[in-house]
Design a protein around this ligand. Sequence first.
Ligand code: GDP
Length: 199
Amino acid sequence: MTANPFRSAQFVLSAAEPRQLPHDSGAEIAFAGRSNAGKSSALNAICDQSGLARTSKTPGRTQLLNVFALGEERRLIDLPGYGYAKVPEAMRAKWRLVIDAYMRERESLRGVVLIVDVRHPLKEFDRQMLDYCRDIEMPCHVLLSKADKLGRGEGARTLALVRKECVAQNWPATAQLFSATAKTGLDEARTKLLDLLVA
Ligand code: GDP
């Protein structure tokens, strides 16, 4: 890929609720994942900006939907990471409601990128998200992150297993290996995101 259109991504705002988001027009993609799965690193790598998703880690902003604009009509939405140890259950339940409402109601949402640590594929949260995508017919692209932590053969085996599970569960999902550290899978991820944004 010669020019990376995601390089223009800029932080816009943090929203506690969907109604605080920018006007619901154009197209956007949401990034989801368990905390520590590598979501911020993936966003930074895809956008080729080392500090971009630092915003999402700022204390007080981890529970918010952080919005990054790609020009006027396209956006990336960083959803709250799921499973922060210090967060009480009542608050997690509230996040779930916010994410549910966002995904159900947002007209401009074109797809979800689900970040999953390749060493811990498809935990409960990931399955819930994929089930939810199936329920609302929302395309999902799974980034099996930190692929540099596994050998080639093991990574390929995990990818094959996850793809097989997607078919078996009828999840509307595709999957790939990804490493923000080794910068592998970047072009594949960007191409997929662009396809979703123009679909
Ligand atoms: P988030 O909580 O999902 O946003 O996760 P982060 O992006 O902050 O990453 C969590 C931890 O995993 C950090 O220590 C990162 O340095 C590490 N990490 C993220 N991506 C990769 C990767 O591709 N390879 C390796 N080896 N470590 C990674």
